[in-house]
Ligand binder design. Structure first.
Ligand SMILES: NC(=O)C1=CN([C@@H]2O[C@H](COP(=O)(O)OP(=O)(O)OC[C@H]3O[C@@H](n4cnc5c(N)ncnc54)[C@H](OP(=O)(O)O)[C@@H]3O)[C@@H](O)[C@H]2O)C=CC1
Ligand SMILES: Nc1nc(O)c(N)c(N[C@@H]2O[C@H](COP(=O)(O)O)[C@@H](O)[C@H]2O)n1
Length: 281
């Protein structure tokens, strides 16, 4: 068993209960075509998740940060877009006391990082925190979702093959998606791919592009739970906004989406909003 390290986080048992209804069930139906999807992020009062594109902004206070790590421990994967991977160089592990690498054994309750990187923009993997942590036994190595045609072309390049070797040597891997030319990956294909690689539940953390896609009418029904940390701050104009495409019914603008079964949980100076997509709203 590894000794606890300085960056270890604690999240009280009593604070876990209110979140339980929104978490993936331990007994997941194997017939489901997709994993349980929790959409979770931290926002300012003006719906901004970062001060500016390409930069990281710490919005969650200590209690809600620990809550996010509790959520990480409850999911088999964490998914982000390559914009977040490039901006934040995130760790994407769970640093909660008792989890594998932080007082627990092996990689128990560590989620698998998933990066959507269709055009292989993430670059050299040496120096990426997720890779370092996987080597140190403090997190799982990532699975990267590439476009099949990009991957096939890039495999002709020595530097890219080296990158794939680094990924595989630390326990990571890749998954290839083949959308129509110029199209993004369809979320049903992303979630189907996750299921194929053995992921039973995924928490989708961001960033802006990913969140706005999932809040759109086509994808919202794929989301099972939404858990949002709201920090008592305004970031101002020019930030990365959570604001999905507008929606019209018979030419009339209508709300894009709404939550149901809503619970507001105060955590330190933040408040956490939990809910499920209201598909009739
Ligand atoms: N406060 C919070 O909780 C969080 C804040 N953030 C912040 O968000 C910002 C990053 O957001 P953003 O720049 O919008 O980037 P994203 O992390 O949303 O990544 C966007 C990129 O991911 C790829 N991608 C997204 N959706 C798809 C899809 N359906 N199919 C294929 N590829 C897809 C695309 O890559 P390509 O362009 O190569 O096609 C796209 O440009 C950062 O500032 C970060 O700090 C991030 C997470 C949480
Ligand atoms: N919950 C939450 N609160 C914030 O204030 C944030 N900025 C984020 N960002 C997300 O967490 C990732 C960083 O995680 P590590 O601490 O490096 O493991 C970042 O990439 C975003 O996905 N989340």
């Amino acid at each position: 068993m590894a000794a606890p390290t300085r960056d270890v986080l604690y999240y009280d048992e009593s604070q876990r209960t209110p979140l339980t209804p929104y978490l993936p069930s331990q007994i997941l139906s194997s017939s489901s075509s997709k994993p349980h999807v929790t959409l979770t992020f931290a926002t300012s009062l003006d719906s901004s998740i970062a001060l500016a594109p390409g930069t990281q902004t710490h919005l969650s206070g200590p209690s809600s940060k620990a809550m996010t790590h509790f959520l990480r421990s409850c999911h088999s994967a964490i998914l982000i877009g390559v914009g977040t991977a490039l901006a934040d160089n995130p760790s994407l592990n769970c640093r909660l006391s008792g989890v594998g690498g932080y007082g627990g054994s092996g990689l128990d309750n560590q989620p698998r990082p998933i990066i959507l990187d269709p055009s292989a923009r993430w670059g050299d993997l040496e120096g990426r925190k997720v890779i370092q942590l996987a080597r140190e036994g403090k997190g799982k190595a990532p699975i990267i979702f590439f476009r099949r045609d990009v991957w096939e072309e890039r495999m002709g390049d020595e530097e890219f093959r080296e990158r794939m070797k680094v990924l595989e040597e630390c326990g990571g891997g890749y998954y290839l998606v083949a959308p129509a030319k110029g199209e993004k990956f369809a979320w049903v294909d992303i979630l189907g791919g996750l299921k194929e690689v053995g992921i039973r539940s995924v928490m989708i953390e961001g960033g802006g592009a990913v969140i706005n896609e999932l809040l759109g009418p086509e994808n919202f029904p794929l989301v099972d739970s939404v858990i949002i940390t709201i920090a008592p701050t305004w970031l101002g104009r020019g930030g990365v906004l959570v604001s999905p495409e507008e929606r019209r019914t018979n030419g009339v603008q209508v709300p894009v989406g709404r939550l149901t079964d809503v619970k507001w949980v105060p955590l330190g100076e933040d408040v956490v909003c939990c809910g499920r997509p209201n598909l009739n709203g």
